[in-house]
Design a protein around this ligand. Structure first.
Ligand code: PEP
Ligand code: MG
Length: 576
């Protein structure tokens, strides 16, 4: 039995046999051709391009109707590769010069292109390598007259294991016999991860070596909740996971039955359960899962996968759409949080030794008021269309908050000057995700409308554990007493100043810790939409007084493991 930790790309648990997709290797023979065969070879190339184009458009249409436009747009990049004059001309000129068969020439040119792209230190262009590779293989397949062997052949429910999956592979999984998928590479923001969420099948990516460790038919457990994959599980593990699966199935129905009810404890304390989103079109899923608003709209994804920056109008349209779609519920838009592990090539942020401690989020925005104010103006303009709030990420102290608010005032003045409408009373919050902010929450609380605790970062900074480094992942403990004390300090400071506290880090969606957070007085829990029904269920099953007592007991424990165990036992009791 081997356990691998990767990145949880889509929630859920699956157990099943491995179906391995090798990276499709074509044997391309190098053949000399005669001068008079050149036109026929060029024609073959053109026909392959046309056929590939047709395939992609067809796929795009299917995805658009099955999954939505956002997903279908991924293929626009593929169509662009097909129109790349440089690539096409290089193939034709080398074909003429070297007098070799077109399939061979094309595969050589493709290799060269991919090699060049892989060397570039630029996230945007690196991501494009996958697109070029994907389209290139399609063209090559058509040049060689081969049919794609792949997902269509899966006869029984299986778990796909691949080094990487192209967006078209992932899209093809739709309605196929795919129980889950896992890959060596890929991050939370890869196209594949985005697709996985829409498909609602469990997925774990970024496992590094999984393809080398499994054989077809091996049994795998994919835990898309924890980002864990277990190869060849022993009987005890299988039993535990079958139990979890059964429980998940059984209680999913119980959870769903309360999804549209308020999150109110048995003794009447009401908390708010809201959702985290990255894209406007997630609103439908948010509503479907019974969310009472959007507690975190991460806007940096808006800047990704493009060479330019979104215009004020584009920002405005997106925020307006979300505001209107969620009305009367509130939507908290977080201003740009780049840096750390989220790079945007268009801003040319220099390489840093410690990007998480570097020029990120509000630090970047304060240094680039042009970019920051453009976004602020768009949020302000959209604020007349619904219940919008905004919040700043990575605030480390009161000075940064004041500077950000100063730029917000400037943005308001600019709009007034242009005669554009906005909500002057828009609520402005601070994300508490830096220990210095947590410790000075009382000072910050006096000058802000609400807090939202970003535990993903707060934990990494407080425990000195890189949130993305699998080697120290065992130290990344949300239940660590240090974290509980910080959270309590933040909530107490906020309540003394009569402002509300939300939590939008992953910890807010951890069912086992819900009771402690409730007991500490958290007002709002914001999480990925799929978890909402479960959280509501838990909160509705307990009393606030009991939760307070439980939190008090938890605060007396000395280690994260003890707290976690204590909380798990309690949760098991509730879900019995
Ligand atoms: C957090 O840090 O908890 C958070 C919600 O922000 P992000 O995960 O986008 O850094
Ligand atoms: Mg954060």
């Amino acid at each position: 039995m081997i356990q691998l930790k990767g990145i949880a790309a889509a929630s859920g648990i699956s157990i099943g046999p491995v179906y391995k997709i090798g990276s499709e290797e074509f044997v391309v023979v190098r053949q000399a051709i005669k001068w008079e065969d050149i036109p026929a070879q060029i024609q073959l190339f053109e026909e392959a391009l046309i056929k590939t184009r047709r395939e992609i458009i067809e796929l795009q249409k299917r995805i658009s109707s099955d999954m939505g436009q956002e997903e279908a747009q991924i293929f626009d990049a593929h169509l662009l590769v097909l129109e790349d004059r440089m690539l096409i001309e290089e193939v034709i000129s080398r074909l003429k010069k070297e007098q070799l068969n077109v399939a061979y020439v094309f595969s050589e040119v493709l290799k060269k292109y991919i090699g060049v792209f892989l060397k570039i230190e630029d996230e945007y262009l690196k991501e494009r390598t996958a697109d070029i590779n994907d389209v290139g293989r399609r063209i090559l397949r058509n040049l060689l007259g081969k049919e794609r062997k792949g997902l269509e052949d899966i006869k029984e429910k299986a778990i796909i294991v691949a080094h990487d999956l192209s967006p078209s592979d992932t899209a093809a999984m739709h309605t196929k016999n795919v129980a889950a998928f896992v890959t060596d590479i890929g991050g939370k923001t890869s196209h594949t991860a985005i697709m996985a969420k829409s498909l609602e099948i469990p997925a774990v990516v970024g496992l590094e070596t999984i393809t080398a460790k499994v054989n077809p038919g091996d049994i795998l457990i994919v835990d898309g909740i924890m980002g864990i994959v277990i190869i060849d599980p022993d009987e005890e593990t299988l039993r535990i996971y079958h139990q979890k699966l059964e429980k998940l199935k059984g209680i999913a129905e119980r959870f769903l039955s309360v999804k549209d009810l308020p999150a109110v404890t048995t003794d009447g304390r009401v908390v708010m359960i809201s959702a985290n989103i990255e894209f406007p079109d997630e609103v439908s899923s948010v509503k479907l899962h019974g969310s009472e608003g959007i507690g975190l709209y991460r806007t940096e994804f808006f800047y990704m996968n493009r060479k330019d920056s979104p215009s004020e109008e584009e920002h405005y349209q997106a925020y307006k759409y979300v505001a209107q779609a969620m009305e009367p519920h509130s939507v908290v838009i977080r201003t740009l949080d780049i840096g750390g592990d989220k790079f945007l090539s268009q801003f040319k942020i220099p390489y840093e030794m410690q990007p998480f401690l570097g020029w990120r989020a509000i630090r970047f925005c304060l240094a680039r008021p042009d970019i920051f104010k453009l976004q602020l103006r768009a949020i302000l303009r959209a604020s007349v269309h619904g219940n919008l709030k905004l919040m700043y990420p990575m605030i480390s102290g009161i000075d940064e908050l004041r500077q950000a608010n100063h730029l917000l005032d400037e943005a308001k003045k600019e709009l007034k000057k242009k005669g554009l409408a906005f909500n002057d009373q828009i609520r402005v919050g601070v994300m508490i995700e830096v220990p210095s902010a947590a410790m000075t929450a009382d000072i910050l609380a006096k000058e802000t409308d609400f807090f939202s605790i970003g535990t993903n970062d707060l934990i990494q900074y407080s425990l000195a554990v890189d949130r993305a480094n699998e080697k120290v992942a065992y130290l990344y403990e949300p239940a660590h007493p240090a974290i509980l004390r910080l959270v309590k300090n933040i909530i107490d400071a906020a309540h003394s100043a009569k402002i509300k506290v939300a939590m939008c880090g992953e910890m807010a969606g951890d069912p086992s810790l819900a009771l402690i957070l409730l007991g500490l007085g958290l007002d709002e829990f914001s999480m990925p939409p799929q978890i909402i029904p479960e959280l509501k269920y838990i909160i509705r099953a307990v009393g606030f007084k009991a939760a307070q007592e439980f939190a008090n007991e938890a605060m007396k424990l000395s280690t994260g493991v003890q707290v976690e165990e204590f909380a798990q036992n309690k949760l098991a009791e509730i879900l019995k």
